[in-house]
Design a protein around this ligand. Structure first.
Ligand code: DGJ
Length: 738
């Protein structure tokens, strides 16, 4: 792993044998971008990649020189007002009204390892030998503003992380209205732009479109990363697939408003940008103050999207997620939400837990409704004390009863929210985000607490810590069920109101950090009406997240498949729920519900007491299966085989690191009449190992990967006369053992 700097040509080359990233100081002192992709050997000069010519209408930097134009240069962190008309990476509004800046290269620092980002989640190293960091120092002399661009290259991973830091060493207060984490100019537009979008109940649907001249972007303006778009995009060469072709993934380690944008200019240069959404963002940078952007992570592969995903999975599972639970197989849980909603008593909860324990469930989670006056969603949020009418022994006694069953106990919180009908709101009506003199909008009858205020975060921490100290709580589900609308804080001055959304997220991170530190044994699961804040920022604090409120097995195929492009399988909360499904009224077989959910952090979301003895047998079988194979299911190498976005069939598989065990999930949506024969080509196996499939037939890995594994339904003789042995929503898990 090396970071080269060639003084003569002022060229930086970061390479680890897998990828190369080449930059150069341009004639005007700005940093230019020359190459990002598969590793190339180092050389003194890559100047031939910096092409320029005289173009009519070009705006040029130096008098007498008609060639050097920033409009036509590929840059690292472009600004507006020096001849580049594309969107800038940074914008500073000055006291004379100017927004024009000019950052000039000063020096650089190389250090082993990776420095922390203050107050922000980020990938990390456990040993300095795992990574090397380059910081390029630039400065706007007129303003006295320093800009540090940080690049970390990881050994053995095709990963580069980036972030930017601005420090105001000048005399005037400035307003930062854009500060992207990453800007990358690529020399052509021959890419497809892929993003993961949706809404409540249908998160992470894969969308593919060709890049064209103009801007294509996804964003959030909702105060959280959102169901609507995920802070992750890919660009891939046309024809690139799961296992071949060039693809670059861009992921933002952030949970608030973001922008992921590709601007293709009229010479087909593609500018990728990722960072805090400039929409509504206005950060006052007073003299002596600094601003640190979140981190962006770029992953390159020339072996397709599957390879890119596995790089993200491994990095995010082991060098973004933290804590005692990071590397541990996740407990099989049962959550009472869809079993009871708000209608429960202590005995009813214990009876749900007891049945679950009898079938092998390890963790009981009490969801919404245990606190304050919370008997419906109009009241109680903010009052984090047990409702003693409903739970006379409080959380402590319930937790004891669950522990006495031999299970762990988990608890739901929604720390950032308040109902007007709550003691907290009555005591602190000014603690919500709202604009003076105007109506505050609600979402699900709730209002957003102003987490940009440390005293609000402290108060919520104290309430939560009291419960967690008094009762034996082993797991927390941290929910968040509405977006921020009136982003205005009662305590910030007028010229800092544009900071509210970012400060809010910093408040969320601060609370998570405190809870992680003081209650290190607790397993956190994030949730935001399902996957409305399923992002790398939260993964730093909570190693798993509830991917969607839609627990229907068929809907989950798309949701989990889409989520798997960036996020590890161990992070994807997936539960078996009752039928008819509560979100979509679909009836799917219990086996299929289990077969989908087992590729995730597995659990149940129903009252097992209501199942038939036959169904209970199936539940016991599922739990025993998950316990036997969860290391492979959750931490194995994950391969997508057939996409639910392309047709009737979905297939995916997880392979153990030694390649001796593989689990293939195969799913059919609608049944077919007189169907063709089907086979699916497996991936990731050892071609030279012979695998037994479901304890029966034996095949070498090369055969299973090159010819494929038959997945046709067994056609019985009766099928000839109109009977069919398979059905809608059918599925199989194939266990392969070498
Ligand atoms: C939304 C979550 O996604 C659900 O799982 C559940 O916890 C409800 N909130 C409770 O209000």
């Amino acid at each position: 792993m090396s970071i080269f700097y060639h003084e003569n040509t002022k060229t930086f080359h970061l390479t680890n044998g897998l990828i190369s990233y080449v930059m150069k100081v341009l004639p005007n002192g700005a940093l230019g971008q020359l190459y990002f992709g598969q590793a190339v050997r180092d050389r003194e000069s890559f100047d031939h990649l910096l092409e320029s010519c005289s173009r009519s209408m070009a705006t040029c930097t130096f008098e007498g020189d008609r060639c050097f134009s920033l409009e036509h240069c590929r840059q690292e962190y472009p600004v507006y007002g020096t001849g580049d008309y594309r969107h800038p990476a940074v914008e500073l509004c000055q006291s004379n009204g100017s927004r024009i800046t000019d950052f000039v290269y000063q020096s650089y620092t190389v250090m082993p390892g990776k420095p922390k980002l203050d107050g922000l989640p980020a990938t990390y190293c456990e040993a300095d030998s795992e990574a090397e960091t380059l910081i390029v120092h630039l400065k706007d002399e007129l303003l006295g503003v320093r800009l540090d661009l940080a690049y970390t290259l990881f050994a053995g991973r095709p990963v580069l992380t980036r972030s930017a830091r601005l420090e105001n060493h000048g005399r005037q207060p400035l307003h930062l209205t854009a500060a992207m984490s990453l800007s990358l100019d690529l020399p052509d537009k021959d890419y497809e732009f892929i993003h993961f979008s949706g809404a409540w109940g249908r998160e992470c649907w894969m969308k593919v479109r060709h890049l064209e001249q103009g801007i294509q972007s996804v964003e959030s303006t909702r105060g959280h990363s959102s169901h609507n778009h995920n802070p992750f995009i890919m660009i891939r060469r046309p024809g690139a697939s799961e296992d071949s072709g060039e693809v670059i993934g861009f992921s933002l380690v952030y949970s608030g408003n973001f922008l992921a944008q590709v601007e293709v200019d009229n010479w087909d240069v593609s500018r990728v940008m990722l960072g805090i959404n400039p929409f509504g963002f206005d950060w006052r940078l007073a003299p002596g103050e600094a601003f640190q952007t979140p981190e962006a992570v770029m992953v390159y592969s020339n072996q397709g999207m599957g390879d890119m995903s596995r790089t993200f999975h491994n990095l995010y599972r082991t060098r973004l997620a933290r804590g005692e639970w990071r590397d541990k197989a996740r407990p099989v849980l049962i959550n009472n939400w869809e079993a009871t909603y708000f209608d429960f008593t202590e005995d009813k909860l214990v009876s749900i837990a007891e049945a679950a324990r009898n079938d092998g469930v390890e963790l009981f989670v009490l969801d919404d409704g245990w606190f304050g006056a919370r008997s419906n969603d109009y009241a109680g949020l903010g009052d984090w004390e047990a409702n003693l009418e409903r739970l006379p022994g409080g959380i402590s006694r319930l937790a004891q009863r669950i522990e006495a069953l031999g299970m762990k106990f988990g608890l739901w919180f929604e720390p950032e929210m308040v109902n007007k009908d709550s003691d907290l709101y009555r005591a602190h009506p000014d603690w919500i985000l709202q604009t003076p003199g105007r109506r505050a909008s609600h979402g699900r009858n709730q209002f957003v607490l102003d987490f940009s205020r440390p005293e609000v975060v402290d108060h919520i921490y104290d309430m939560m810590a009291k419960i967690l100290t008094e009762a034996k709580v082993s797991y927390i589900k941290w929910d968040m069920n509405r977006s921020i609308s009136e982003a205005y804080s009662a305590t910030l001055p007028a010229d800092r109101q544009g900071e509210v959304c970012h400060r809010y997220i910093l408040g969320v991170y601060a609370l998570y950090e405190r809870l992680n530190t003081n209650f290190p044994h607790i397993l956190f699961e994030s949730c935001a009406s399902g996957g409305a804040r399923f992002d790398p920022g939260i993964l730093y604090y909570a190693p798993q997240g509830w991917a969607s409120d839609d627990s229907d097995a068929v809907e989950r195929l798309k949701i989990q498949y889409g989520t798997s492009f960036c996020y590890p399988i161990s992070s994807i909360g997936a539960h078996v729920s009752a039928v008819p499904n509560h979100q979509i009224q679909r009836q799917t077989p219990l086996a299929t519900r289990g077969n989908v959910a087992c590729f995730g952090a597995f659990g149940y979301e129903l009252d097992l007491n209501r199942l038939t003895p036959e169904e209970r047998k199936e539940v016991r079988r599922q739990i025993a299966f998950v316990k036997e194979y969860r290391e492979v299911l959750q931490f194995g190498d994950f391969y997508r085989l057939l996409s639910p976005f392309d047709g009737n069939f979905t297939a995916w598989m997880s392979v153990s690191p030694d390649k001796k065990t593989a689990l293939v999930g195969w799913y059919k949506v609608l049944n077919e009449v007189n169907a063709p024969f089907h086979r699916v080509k497996l991936q990731g196996l050892d071609p030279d190992l012979c695998y037994t499939v479901n304890g029966g037939s034996q095949h070498f890995g090369d055969e299973l990967m090159r010819i494929g594994m038959a997945t046709s339904d067994h056609i019985s003789e009766e099928a000839d006369i109109g009977h069919c042995s398979s059905f809608d929503f059918d599925s199989h898990i194939y266990v392969l053992k070498a």
